[in-house]
Every structure is written in C-alpha cells, then in structure tokens.
Ligand binder design. Structure first.
Ligand code: GRF
Length: 206
C-alpha cells in the first residue's frame, strides 16, 4: 500500500475551504491522504483554530509577511513538511517565485471566479464579485488551478459555475460562490492526487 499523500495547506483567514478538505479526508472522500501542516500568513486566522481542532500542526512563518525573512521561513516549513501537494486555500499573499519553482506542478489555488475572467493581481475577495456584477455576467463560479509565477494564470484543473441572480449583491454572490468552492476544493484535490498517484510522483521515502 502506497504511503499517504502528504498535503500542506496555506491559509490567511476563515479556513472554510481548509475545513472542507479536513472533512473530506476524515470521511474518506479523499482517500489515502493526510494534511501534514497548515501554514497561515495571519496569526489571527480562524483557520488556525480549525487546525488545532483537527490536531494538525499550525504554523505562522516568522517575520512581516512581505519580508524576505517570512518567505525564507515559509520555504523552510514547506521543505520540512515534504508535501506531495501544496494547497492555497484562501491564501492572500503572492508566493515568492523560489517557492513556486520549488514545488512547480504540485501547488494548486482556488479562486472565486471563472478564470481567466476576474483573476490576477488585486482580484480577490469581494472585489471579484463586484466586477462580476458590474460586468452584467449572468454566470459566475469558482476555479481550482495550478500555481505558476503569474497570478491566477496556471493551468485550470476544474471549474464549477452557477447563475448570477438579478437580486445578487457582492456579499450574496460571495456566499454562494464559497459554497461552490467547498465542493470544488474537494473534487479538485482528489483529481490532482489521483493523477499524481498515476505518475507516482512523490517525495522519495528517505
Ligand atoms: C475564498 O473566497 C477563496 O476563494 C479566496 O479566499 C476566500 C476565503 O476562503 N481565495 P476561506 O473561508 O478562508 O477558505
């Protein structure tokens, strides 16, 4: 039996996407996987509470989150965790290219729009849903994609879409899209891990 796929999850806030992963792994919806570390850019993130409740190590890299010290600490935490997959789940910082390149092809991110629409620098949180409403689009959704040096530009893994109602506000849209993200997060991670197992690309057991 292959060892479990090791997952590192990066968060910055509420951690509801993280929670959907924790629950899916606990319930066996994502087989043969374990979250080995949860790293937050924010000491106050509620997601760190979720880590504690789930008995998963939670860490906050040392140093101001836009500093060299922080990036070096983040890289150290990731290398030490030896993840087969890094999942950005509501992680609001742009990863240093050294980190992206160290894990290229095994970092995924979830974004609350149908990329490539409404993605890129500065497109996060309510801003995304404001742009959707301003555009008059009748459909929106969420995307899980591979992370590359360009913001929100990596290969798309999976997307879920839904209708935009005339009565929608940025807040009501954000709430419905977040529900979609939770399903997408689980399906997307499961798909990536199954493909990885097929390629049997894992950290060598040392
Ligand atoms: C989500 O909308 C996600 O798409 C975005 O950050 C938000 C926070 O999600 N990247 P979570 O509750 O912290 O998982």
């Amino acid at each position: 039996m292959n060892r479990k796929n090791r997952i590192a999850v990066l968060i910055s806030g509420g951690g509801t996407n993280l929670q959907s992963l924790i629950d899916a792994i606990t319930q066996g919806e994502i087989p043969n996987a374990e979250i080995v570390i949860i790293i937050s850019s924010n000491l106050e993130a509620k997601g760190l509470e979720r880590a504690k409740m789930a008995g998963i190590p939670g860490r906050v890299p040392k140093g101001p989150c836009d500093s060299r010290e922080y990036s070096e600490n983040l890289m150290h935490l990731l290398l030490e965790a030896k993840p087969d997959l890094v999942v950005l789940a509501g992680y609001l910082k742009i990863l240093d290219k050294e980190i992206v390149n160290a894990f290229l092809g095994r970092i995924v991110n979830i974004h609350p729009s149908l990329l490539p629409k409404y993605g890129g620098k500065g497109c996060y949180g309510l801003k995304v849903h404001e742009m959707v409403l301003e555009s008059g689009d009748t459909v929106t959704g969420a995307t899980i994609h591979y992370v590359t040096e360009g913001v929100d530009q990596g290969e798309i893994i999976l997307q879920h879409q839904m209708g935009v109602e005339k009565t929608d506000t940025p807040e009501s849209l954000a709430s419905r899209v977040l529900d979609l993200e939770h399903q997408l997060m689980v399906e997307g991670v499961k798909k990536v891990l199954m493909e990885m197992d097929g390629r049997s690309e894992k950290w060598e057991d040392c």
